[in-house]
Design a protein. Structure first.
Length: 81
């Protein structure tokens, strides 16, 4: 029984060693490029200010007005987020 456990542990250790040896190294990611891409993506999001919400529920109209005022206050194009 002890011999079986010893063989099992050695087999698992050998398997782990072989997997680790064959693992390809991942290159480091340049974070400056990803930050710039996220900023461009966020800046491209705009509210649909042309839509007519006059027939919507009062809660929906309040929500849209709140979103419009928040967008005007934050001014993401000026980097104020």
């Amino acid at each position: 029984m002890k011999m079986l456990l010893l063989i099992l542990i050695l087999g698992l250790a050998l398997c782990g060693y072989l997997v680790r040896r064959q693992k390809p190294a991942a290159p480091a990611v340049d974070t400056r490029q990803t930050d710039q891409a996220v900023n461009q993506w966020q800046g491209a999001i705009t509210l649909d200010l042309e839509a007519d919400y006059s027939q919507a529920d009062p809660a929906d109209r309040r929500m849209v007005e709140t979103l419009r005022s928040d967008a005007a206050r934050q001014k993401p194009e000026e980097g104020r987020n």
